[in-house]
Design a protein around this ligand. Structure first.
Ligand code: 5GP
Length: 190
């Protein structure tokens, strides 16, 4: 039987801890690979170009939009663009693997619209709004102005919950990881 690539889109309001869950799923399933997004934001010290993101200039990003190279893209924060390249999706499916995405809520909904039943969207919900703010503050990766914007955005994103295939509350991380594992397994075996 021919391989039919699927996609698992993990999304959450900023700060709800989705990266850990994505990493857990990548470690558990040999059959899935991570979609590396393109972004115009600055590279953080620990990040590797081509592994965490493709760090590109705004000019290059605009050029790729004009070439229709993105499966979806969003200005996630003011003047910071993030997008999933069609070439990245094709590369992973051609390698015989399913794809996992760590993208924002609007991008997740775009992929769902585009790929339908081949796409599972998982929304990671923080136990409370206060907890979400606490996590954002503790991460210390942003300056106060950027942090404020992230908090405002996260509050809005919490309201998108009903639009996703599966909602997972990130209360205890081990439990959340296990739940994500089960729902992924069920989706891939279907
Ligand atoms: P960060 O700057 O903290 O790495 O990511 C900021 C946000 O952008 C996160 O919510 C992340 O999931 C999202 N993001 C990363 N890549 C993409 C992408 O390709 N498309 C969209 N729509 N969002 C992305």
């Amino acid at each position: 039987m021919e391989f039919e690539g699927k996609m698992i889109v993990v999304t959450a309001p900023s700060g709800a801890g989705k990266t850990t869950i994505v990493k857990h799923l990548l470690q558990k399933f040999d059959s899935i690979d991570f979609s590396v997004s393109a972004t115009t934001r600055y590279k953080r010290e620990h990040e590797i170009d081509g592994k965490d993101y493709f760090f590109i200039t705004p000019e290059r990003f605009k050029q790729l939009i004009a070439e229709d190279a993105f499966a979806e893209y969003e200005m996630v924060y003011e003047n910071q663009y993030y997008g999933t390249l069609m070439s990245e999706i094709e590369r992973i499916w051609h390698s015989g693997k399913h794809i996992i995405f760590d993208i924002d809520v609007r991008g997740a909904l775009s992929l769902k619209r585009k790929f339908g039943v081949r796409c599972l969207t998982i929304f990671i919900k923080p136990p409370s709004k206060e907890m979400l703010i606490e996590r954002l503050v503790n991460r210390k990766t942003e300056n106060p102005e950027a942090l404020k914007k992230r908090i405002e955005k996260a509050s809005l994103e919490l309201s998108y919950e009903p639009l996703f295939d599966f909602v997972l509350i990130n209360d205890q991380l081990e439990v959340a990881c296990l739940e994500a594992e089960l729902v992924t397994e069920r989706f891939l075996n279907n």
